[in-house]
Ligand binder design. Structure first.
Ligand code: NAD
Length: 257
């Protein structure tokens, strides 16, 4: 599998799943643009380390995915954009009637609207190049719901809808758009939910992981960032050229229940 000569832009990729995806795309030979809202030395050092490891070009471009103009600027600054991975995302857990309005707005902006803006900016480039792959990182929560995650579940269902519409609008071009729906993956986003859940249920860390988080994941195993990277590379392969407008669950059987 080689993606040599292609360039991928991965939003929210200085940590977790986005970083795992960026690394697998680089391993497959793609040049990569890393992104987050920070602009630290370590962000640029991360790009350099991946570049050295896989002998591809890797740049870090700071852009805040909660702002539409910065989403579009990221795509403009990236130059070539053959592969777009909309991955940036945040979480907040609270009952609907207490859900802070600013958290709702931030989750809808970062988890959903950013994919609209980057896709709108990337499509002309993909059309001009005659090839493109858009991979939206949705969630098992794009297909099912859980209590106390109203904004996240609404945004992720929205991402699945956006994926289908994008696929239909590009169906006659050599462009595909698909969504990956991970179950639980042990990343900083999930790690941050563990202490509160330990407190809430008066449970050990191990019990929270097995009895709460992985309770709905029949494999009782976390999915890994490498597996999500592999799924992304698959969507970029020739084997996937006729796969568009669909979802791929990487959730240990969660949505089969
Ligand atoms: P993470 O917190 O490790 O990574 C999130 C990334 O998004 C980071 O790089 C962060 O810097 C970036 N980000 C956050 N706000 C941003 C902003 N305003 N602008 C630009 N970048 C921003 O979380 P993760 O678990 O790797 O999540 C990545 C994606 O995968 C998210 O969309 C999340 O909803 C989805 N997901 C995660 C899981 C899981 O179990 N971890 C499951 C299903 C879906």
């Amino acid at each position: 599998m080689t993606l040599g000569g292609k360039q991928a832009v991965v939003t929210g990729s200085n940590s977790g799943i986005g970083l795992g995806i960026a690394r697998e795309l680089a391993r497959a030979g793609a040049n990569v643009v890393l992104n987050s809202f920070t602009d630290r030395e370590e962000d640029h050092a991360l790009a350099e380390a991946i570049s050295n490891e896989f002998q591809v070009e890797v740049r870090y471009i700071q852009a805040d995915m909660s702002k539409g103009n910065e989403c579009r600027a990221l795509i403009e600054k990236s130059g070539q954009c053959d592969i777009l991975v909309n991955n940036a995302g945040i979480q907040h857990v609270a009952p609907l009637e207490d859900f802070p309005e600013e958290k709702w707005d931030a989750i809808i902006a970062i988890n959903l609207s950013s994919a609209f803006h980057t896709t709108a900016a990337a499509l002309p480039k993909m059309k001009a190049a005659g090839w493109g792959r858009i991979i939206n990182i949705a969630s098992a929560h794009g297909l099912t719901a859980s209590p106390f995650k109203s904004a996240y579940v609404a945004a992720k269902h929205g991402v699945v809808g956006l994926t289908k519409t994008t696929a239909l609008e590009t169906a006659e071009e050599a462009i595909t758009c698909n969504a990956i729906c991970p179950g639980y993956v042990l990343t900083p986003l999930v790690e941050a939910q563990i202490p509160d859940t330990m407190e809430k249920y008066q449970m050990s860390r191990e019990d929270v992981i097995k009895k709460v988080m992985l309770e709905r994941q029949p494999s009782r195993e976390f999915a890994t960032v490498e597996q999500l990277g592999g799924s992304t590379v698959f969507f970029c392969s020739d084997a996937a050229a006729q796969i568009t407008g669909t979802t791929l669950s990487v959730d240990g059987g969660w949505t089969a229940l």
